[in-house]
Design a protein around this ligand. Structure first.
Ligand code: ADE
Ligand code: ZN
Length: 326
């Protein structure tokens, strides 16, 4: 009983969550009504019943459909605010939130609507909730390099409102190298760099995220355990892995939580962290990810503190602030 209480109470940073993945069915229905957008589900319950995923793509199809109710700046604010309140309740004191602008600009929503709504919620979070919140713009890897460059161009007028760029969506068949030039440009511009790699894709994708894209963190990265040389590299360079246990469970990356390799990653000395990914779809915010994973795998108190320390070490807060936590 003491371990779950510690897991809930300890201050922590969340480094891997997609703000569109925090859209709860109730808010999807409320926004659909407010905006006059039709959705192909009769009720909240019917929508929730559709959340039975077999792999990443089966989730992404429904995740992009859910995001179609977002039209106005206030919609983006309301979505982010609902997440930030949940984060505060879980003692998340720092969060670095992904957003997928191409999901919205492709529907005719202006970049400024997306960025301004999300950023206003982040700015309110510190004074009103005690949560430090920042944004990371993700490129959709199933789209082209050219579309990623156009998205970067559209976002640059708002460059002070996001701290980094990432790479998400359908992994297999869309290796990091596809975005080598986009990431090189983002690096010149001074953005932090992260990428999803090794969620469903092979260790080779993690290698190219590191060596071609030059990312500072790897999102998921759990497939790295298949490659001992890669594990050594990640440990030596202290490259954080932003692991998402309940996501991995719901997308069938692991058959059950007891078989999750979080403990093995920690034992190998990696800077592994726990994160919620898409909490509205995967059945849990931060504290549920911690408590369910610890209950299933038998991780201990020391590993709880290690994960909290790793979350701050892996974050993009400044070095002085970091020393206060790790
Ligand atoms: N977009 C939202 N969640 C994602 C995930 N787990 N993997 C890749 N792209 C995503
Ligand atoms: Zn993700």
């Amino acid at each position: 009983e003491r371990l779950p209480e510690l897991l809930r109470a300890m201050p922590k940073a969340e480094l891997h969550m997609h703000i569109e993945g925090s859209l709860e069915p109730e808010l999807i229905f409320a926004l659909a009504q407010r905006n006059g957008v039709a959705i192909p589900y009769a009720s909240v319950e019917e929508l929730r019943r559709a959340y039975a995923f077999t792999n990443l793509q089966s989730f992404l199809d429904i995740y992009y459909a859910g995001a179609s109710v977002l039209l106005k700046e206030q919609d983006f604010y309301d979505m982010a605010w609902a997440y930030l309140e949940r984060a505060a309740a879980d003692n998340v004191v720092r969060t670095e939130m992904f957003f997928d602008p191409q999901t919205h600009t492709a529907r005719g929503v202006p970049m400024e609507t997306v960025v301004n709504g999300l950023h206003r919620a982040c700015a309110d979070a510190q004074p009103k909730l005690g949560v430090s919140a920042a944004l990371i713009l993700c490129f959709l890897r199933h789209l082209s390099e050219e579309e990623a460059f156009e998205t970067l161009e559209q976002a640059l007028p708002f460059r002070d409102k996001f701290i980094g760029v990432g790479l998400d969506s359908s992994e297999v068949g869309h290796p990091p190298e596809k975005f080598a030039r986009v990431f090189a440009r983002c690096r010149e511009l001074g953005f932090h760099l992260v990428a999803h790699a090794g969620e469903e894709g092979p260790p080779a994708y993690v290698w190219s995220a590191l060596d071609v894209l030059k990312v500072e963190r790897v999102d998921h990265g759990v497939q790295s355990a298949k490659d001992p040389a890669l594990m050594k590299r990640l440990a030596q360079d202290r490259i954080p892995l932003t692991v998402c246990p309940l996501s991995n469970l719901k997308l069938c990356v692991f058959p059950d939580l007891a078989q999750h390799n979080l403990g093995a990653l920690l034992d190998a000395g990696l800077v592994a962290t726990v994160n919620s990914d898409d909490p509205a779809y995967f059945g849990g915010y931060m504290n549920q990810n911690f408590t369910q994973t610890f209950a299933a795998t038998g991780l201990d108190v020391q590993q709880a503190w290690q994960l909290a320390a790793n979350s701050f070490e892996g974050s993009f807060i400044d070095a002085a602030a970091k020393r206060a936590y790790v």
